[in-house]
Design a protein around this ligand. Sequence first.
Ligand code: SF4
Length: 170
Amino acid sequence: MTELSLKQFVSSEACLKCKGCCRYKEESSVWRPKLGAVDQEALADLITAGDFLDAQAYIKTIQVHGEHICRFLDASNNKCGIYINRPLECVLYPFILSQTSDAVKVYAHLSCPYVQDHMSGTEFETYVAYLKELFSRKDIREILSVNKDMFHDYTSFAPELLHLFDLAPL
Ligand code: SF4
């Protein structure tokens, strides 16, 4: 697993039933996970052995039943083939770090049905407080900083994002 270990907000049971994640409208979607330095180290053997990444370190997709899916997704059981070493962006999801020129913005992705169902409850509030505390820790900021090249600027997707808080630039 990536060096960042965190409590998951969405239960495995809910995740495995949902067919939202790991699937994209376009082959070159910016929603595909982009590997940071720590991810690339954890997956070095796979990366060396196969044609998994594009030139910008996004995981490539394959087409299954007309959908573009992450090439590590097993569409037959909805499981990730590299779950233990899945990229940091996958570990964080449905929470998203978006790099802008003056801050790293932390969002929840409103496309996630679990977020939609729980965003008004105390479970969500408690989790956001946990994330805020976690991301303020020096050791965690160091991990994020080493991987900061992977953060995309998601500003143009604002309508599907719920802004939670900002982090100081990494
Ligand atoms: S690496 Fe795993 S969790 Fe991440 S998008 Fe691919 S299948 Fe999904």
